[in-house]
Design a protein around this ligand. Structure first.
Ligand SMILES: *Cc1c(COP(=O)(O)O)cnc(C)c1O
Length: 361
């Protein structure tokens, strides 16, 4: 038996919706994209949305639409997928890494150090766990910084009863195949500011303000109606899919929290975690537990094995080991177990059994 770390939950509804688009003859950006934008912004609770080709392009466009450019600095977490900081660099700006909180794995607001050049903070709701928004929004307000939420892993998550994606001036989502809501590839920019929404739509479409009038040099970052049709159906299921993830997480935590040597996820009472990943901390022998699980058919993975600033291009930019000691320590401890909504009870029990066996060897 092999239990993968992720599995897209695609049903007949998505297949029917895609078939309909294929038969319509309108395959590129059109009515379905517009409907998906409306549905998605209504679900999260912002006024405007721009659907794009990926979570990465959503981040880049979001930052560009805020005016982030060469000479600017943008503060973010080093404990994230590469796209978060890469998008800052694609805008010509410099990423500045602030260390994380060892319990939530998210940016620690107290570690944020602002300079003359700092223009924005990109916070990442890692694994589906909301960042500490009270203190983060305060830091941004006090220092007149724009807040961008990288909510790629956190669709449906909540902080004090309010949806993640409504706190930043801009928030961005990814619909990559492993994410809680998928369109295969895809992304979304949300905002409640009309000018930012309009600018995002210009940037995603070759800088065009009207057909064949190109105000800026830009890109093709559009989403297709095929993807949007999948997204519309996925959005109807996302609450159910997130509920399944939470139930699976509860089973794992109930079964594993008393084990010596591991720590199950910390979830403060005021947040709703959507478990894009279920990530435990292993104090000693994380890599041997990982190997044991993989050898026994459990698709456990490390997200992420290194702080972003120790990736080769960042080392070349001058970043050095020791910059964010909490992140460096956490990178040695984290282990993500399958938690996706299609897991059966038998598979959940198999995961628990193997963690218990593996932690002893
Ligand atoms: C997936 C992800 C992205 C990038 O999204 P893509 O759709 O793969 O381009 C950015 N940030 C985080 C935190 C992600 O998990």
């Amino acid at each position: 038996m092999v239990i993968p770390i992720a599995k897209p939950a695609i049903g007949e509804e998505e297949i029917r919706a895609v078939t309909e688009v294929l038969k319509s003859g309108n395959l590129a950006q059109g009515k379905k994209v517009e409907q998906f934008e409306n549905d998605f912004s209504r679900y999260v609770g912002t006024k405007f949305a721009a659907a794009v080709s990926s979570g990465t392009s959503a981040l880049q466009i979001g930052l560009q639409s805020l005016g982030i450019q060469k000479g600017d600095e943008v503060i973010t977490s080093p404990f994230t997928f590469a796209a978060t900081a890469n998008a800052i660099i694609h805008c010509g700006a410099r990423p500045v890494f602030a260390d994380i909180d060892s319990k939530t794995f998210n940016l620690d607001p107290e570690k944020i150090k602002v300079s003359q050049r700092t223009k924005a903070v990109v916070c990442v709701h890692l694994y589906g766990q909301p960042c500490e928004m009270d203190s983060l929004t305060k830091v941004c307000r006090d220092n007149k910084l724009k807040l961008v939420e990288d909510a790629a892993q956190a669709v449906g998550a909540e902080y004090r009863g309010r949806k993640i994606g409504t706190f930043g001036t801009v928030s961005t989502f990814s619909f990559y195949a492993t994410k809680n809501l998928t369109t295969g590839e895809g992304g979304m920019i949300l905002t409640s500011q009309k000018d930012i929404a309009e600018k995002s739509k210009i940037i995603r479409n070759q800088g065009q303000t009207e057909q064949y009038r190109h105000e800026i040099i830009s890109y093709n970052f559009r989403m297709t109606d095929i993807q949007a049709a999948i997204g519309i159906e996925q959005l109807k299921k996302v609450e159910y899919l997130n509920k399944k993830r939470a139930e699976n997480a509860r089973f794992l935590t109930d079964s594993l929290s008393s084990l010596n040597g591991i720590e199950t996820p910390f979830v403060p009472r005021h947040v709703k975690h959507v478990y894009h990943q279920y990530t435990i901390k292993v104090q000693k022998g994380r890599d041997s537990l990982l190997n044991f699980l993989n050898n026994h058919g459990i698709g456990a993975r490390i997200y992420y094995p290194q702080p972003l600033y120790l990736q080769p291009p960042y080392v070349k930019m001058g970043f050095k080991k020791g910059l964010c000691p909490v992140t460096e320590e956490i990178c040695r401890q984290v282990l993500s177990l399958p938690v996706h909504p299609l897991l059966s009870q038998k598979e959940l029990e198999e995961i628990v059994k193997n963690v218990k066996d593996g932690i002893r060897v």
